[in-house]
Design a protein around this ligand. Structure first.
Ligand code: S3P
Length: 415
């Protein structure tokens, strides 16, 4: 079996979350095309509506109306989505009212002190449950501050910038390594008082105006599964159309190219962010590489699928400082070492580094566990396809958290 043809991945999840969430503070209305159909973004839309925002479907376009910060005091269910919860924490911290944020079993295990503590330093009232959800938020007058973040997290950076937008004075956010900048780009497009200063982002209290229209580019993190599948399955050639190519997201492409991958990347547009097509062809003789700490935030969601690629490459691939993966939708380091390990891949954690030795043939005839984590489920599916068929994976349907048509798209490409 090979994968041949073209595929259009769903709209980018990170950008979709942001355009919907930021509407809560904004004026005006935006026609959003290609909004992500994924379950995480449905959680965001539910949250936006519960808080008093208005979102309507008009054919393939989603019309998102600004709520201008007039929000209802409600309990919000963020489902599986860390982005919804963390961004909302910063957004709600400065709004009058009482809000509570909760989520599913996986989200309830995720660290929230990283947002609650710095928001508290701005004067916010954000309570956690032993550092985890549920969160209780009472809106307060906020004061701007300088932050030197300990982790490179776009979710944390965005929460603080959202609070800074409502705070008195200046808020400066510096991160140890550059993380995805969708918040900054959208803030600028929406007229926020945001600038680069002192090696970070400086925001002052300002209003947001919805852009009249916006087309969300395809999700490179979804495309990455198809790209790696094409690279490692003999005879494959897959074109991913309309994919977002924001340089803070193209880390997986850079690393795969360094491994010798046969990739053709063609930028076709730049509005609202760079986007284009990526063609991936089967590449025998992929080579191991070292992925440096500064590269990790640029590919943080692609570590599982890159680990699978590395298991098929010649030599020892080292991914440095991937400790953040322990606090994603599952402990992704444990998940990939145990589940890809059960297939025969040779990979191990070495402190906060991940070491993968290859190439190794994989045995995929048993049942594997996604741990309910969408990116693990999709990685295991691609691993099975190396042997010609989808493997048995517990909770495989969780792929819908980010890529609802994942299995259908794979089937359409199968020859
Ligand atoms: C996201 C940021 C990343 C990523 C997540 C989406 C975002 O999390 O893993 O899937 O949209 O800001 P961190 O910024 O916490 O690493």
């Amino acid at each position: 079996m090979s994968l041949v043809g073209s595929v259009t991945p769903p709209g980018d999840k990170s950008i979709s979350h942001r355009v919907a969430l930021f509407s809560l503070l904004a004026r005006g209305a935006c026609g959003v095309e290609n909004f992500s159909p994924c379950a995480d973004c449905a959680s965001t839309l539910n949250a936006v509506r519960a808080l008093g925002g208005r979102v309507e479907s008009d054919g393939d376009t989603l019309v998102v109306h600004g709520a201008q910060g007039e929000l209802s005091s409600v309990a919000v269910d963020c489902g599986n989505s860390g982005t919804t919860m963390r961004l909302l924490s910063g957004l709600l911290a400065g709004r009058p009212g009482r809000f509570s944020l909760d989520g599913d079993e996986s989200l309830r295990k995720r660290p929230m002190a990283r947002v609650a503590d710095p928001l508290g330093e701005m004067g916010a009232e954000v309570s956690t449950t032993d550092g985890r959800p549920p969160l209780g938020i009472e809106g307060r007058e906020l004061k701007g501050r300088r932050f030197d973040l300990a982790v490179a997290s776009a979710q944390l950076k965005s929460a603080l910038l959202l609070a800074g937008l409502q705070a008195e004075g200046e808020t400066l956010v510096r991160e140890p390594h550059l993380s995805r900048d969708h918040t900054e780009l959208l803030f600028k497009a929406m007229g926020a008082d945001l600038s680069q200063a002192d090696g970070g982002w400086l925001v002052r209290r300002s209003g947001l105006t919805m852009p009249a229209s916006l087309r969300v580019p395809g999700d490179i993190s979804a495309a990455a599964f198809m790209i790696v599948a094409a690279l490692i399955i003999p005879g494959s050639r897959v074109v991913c159309e309309g994919v977002g190519l924001n340089p803070t997201r193209t880390g997986p492409l850079t690393v795969l190219q360094r491994m010798g991958a046969d990739l053709l990347i063609e930028q076709q547009g730049s509005d609202p962010e760079p986007w284009g097509r990526v063609e991936a062809a089967y590449t025998p003789g992929l080579k191991a590489t070292e992925v440096l700490p500064a590269e990790i935030p640029l590919l943080v969601d692609e570590v599982p699928i890159l680990a699978l690629a590395a298991s098929q490459a010649e030599g020892a691939t080292i991914m440095r400082s991937v400790g953040e993966l322990r606090v994603k939708e599952s402990d992704r380091l444990a998940a990939i070492t145990s589940q890809l390990g059960a297939m025969g891949a040779r990979l191990r954690e070495d402190g906060d580094d991940l070491v993968i030795e290859g190439p190794t043939p994989l045995e995929t005839s048993e049942e594997y566990d996604s741990l309910g984590d969408h990116r693990i489920a999709m990685t295991l599916a691609v691993a099975g396809l190396l042997n010609g068929a989808l493997p048995k994976v517990a909770q495989a349907g969780c792929a819908a958290v980010s890529y609802p048509d994942f299995y259908r798209d794979l089937e359409d490409l199968s020859r």
